[in-house]
Design a protein around this ligand. Structure first.
Ligand SMILES: Nc1nc2c(ncn2[C@@H]2O[C@H](COP(=O)(O)OP(=O)(O)OP(=O)(O)O)[C@@H](O)[C@H]2O)c(=O)[nH]1
Ligand SMILES: [Mg+2]
Length: 387
């Protein structure tokens, strides 16, 4: 059974691009009426951007998704001015926009270390408040990873990513017979007959060592992170950067790309992915394609041929492998259909999960209205647990 679960999980991926949080500033401390002492202010809640963080990690680490900062200290004889409660810092990835419950934008975090105050602690009790403390600000916020596109093209240089984009959209990216033609992400839109549109980001090529900033490195991996799904594009003829570097077969390029994603952020490997095997118009392409499919189906039989540090912990699970030629147009319609189907499937799954949650909410509020002994407080907190 565990095995089944794992297969499902792998098939659909578990990439998370949004999350809802309950946050609350700490309450203020009590004042000291007799001596005019002032309670400490409650701690504030901040959202802070960290390069290595992902929304999945945030959700796994804090499944309840409740963040409450520390209360301020009460005023005492030994410390008439109560000390401030500790702030709470919620770590999130870079490239996040934060909105409140009504969809109003609170702010954006675009680079490492950016921080935004999202809930203020309550003031401590003092003369003005009759020495009674104030509660901290409480609210629900949404974090959204700012996606640049539905689909991101991932591949070695020269695989034909830009050629593919120009085939499926009106975009006119630069195409040339040398590595690193594309220097920054280029967006295109696939238009379907029923007016559905899917955005595709053509990304610069990746090479071995990208995670250590070889080639153009991190900059590109960061863009891959901000797409909903991945479309690997490989040249059936393989890749060689220069006469000084090793020739890599199509299978090797897939393994190396997987390893680079894994070394950058393991979560990238869990995104739904398709594989387009390009340049099928080249001589011997059919034979090489069959060999590639065999290698992908039985990766263990071939992985021992790699250096140990190049073998990924787990191989990519492609939902489909589609042979294409960006030059002749072969396989392009099929590819467009698979892209659409894959995105639709994923959206359905998210909807299903959303409806399940709504149903659960409904059940809980029904229980709440029929059972008197439950205090409002209990209901409120149990509802919070399932946001
Ligand atoms: N024979 C053949 N050549 C192709 C095909 N697709 C692309 N090419 C050629 O491969 C070369 C590289 O194509 P690009 O589209 O620039 O490749 P890229 O993956 O965007 O490369 P970078 O931007 O450097 O990462 C060009 O000379 C294309 O004409 C194909 O299906 N068949
Ligand atoms: Mg290109």
């Amino acid at each position: 059974m565990v095995h089944c679960g794992r297969v499902l999980f792998r098939k659909y991926g578990n990439f998370i691009d949004n999350v809802r949080l309950f946050i609350k500033g700490g309450s203020g401390g009590m004042g000291y009426p007799r001596l005019g002492g002032e309670g400490g202010k409650g701690g504030d809640v901040w959202i802070v951007a960290h390069k290595k963080m992902t929304l999945k990690q945030l959700k796994d680490k804090y499944p309840q998704k409740r963040f409450v900062a520390e209360g301020g200290a009460n005023s005492r004889i030994s410390a008439l001015k109560g000390s401030k409660g500790k702030d709470y810092e919620i770590p999130v990835p870079v490239g996040i926009s934060i909105t409140d419950e009504n969809g109003k934008i609170i702010g954006e975090l675009n680079k490492e270390g950016d921080r935004i105050l999202v809930a203020e602690g309550g003031l401590g009790g003092k003369l003005l408040t009759n020495f009674l403390p104030l509660k901290g600000q409480r609210r629900i916020i949404h974090l959204d990873l700012k996606l640049i596109a539905d689909v991101g093209l991932v591949g070695f240089p020269n695989a034909g990513k830009s050629s593919l984009l120009s085939r499926v959209s009106h975009a006119k990216p630069a195409i040339a017979d040398y590595a690193f033609t594309t220097l920054k992400p280029e967006l295109g839109k696939i238009m379907y007959d029923d007016f559905k549109q899917i955005s595709v980001a053509d990304l610069p090529g990746l090479i071995e060592g990208a995670h250590m900033n070889k080639g153009m490195g991190h900059k590109f991996l960061k863009h891959i992170e901000r797409t909903r799904q991945l479309l690997f594009v490989v040249d059936i003829g393989g890749f060689q950067l220069s006469s000084q570097t090793k020739y890599r077969t199509a299978f090797e390029t897939i393994i190396l790309l997987t390893k680079e994603l894994e070394l950058y952020k393991e979560e990238l490997q869990t995104k739904p992915a398709l594989l387009a095997v390009n340049k099928m118009d080249l001589p011997d392409a059919q034979d090489k394609f069959h060999e590639l499919v065999n290698q992908l189906q039985n990766p263990k039989d071939f992985l021992h041929l790699f250096d140990k540090n190049m073998i990924p912990e787990r191989t990519m699970e492609f939902q489909h492998i589609i042979p294409i030629s960006a030059l002749t147009g072969e396989g392009i319609e099929e590819l467009k259909n698979y892209i659409r189907r894959s995105l639709d499937e994923h959206a359905n799954q998210e909807n299903e999960a959303y409806h399940k949650k709504q149903l659960l909410n409904l059940r809980i509020s029904n229980i709440a209205s029929y059972s008197e002994p439950l205090s409002k407080q209990t209901i409120a907190s149990s509802r919070m647990d399932i946001i």
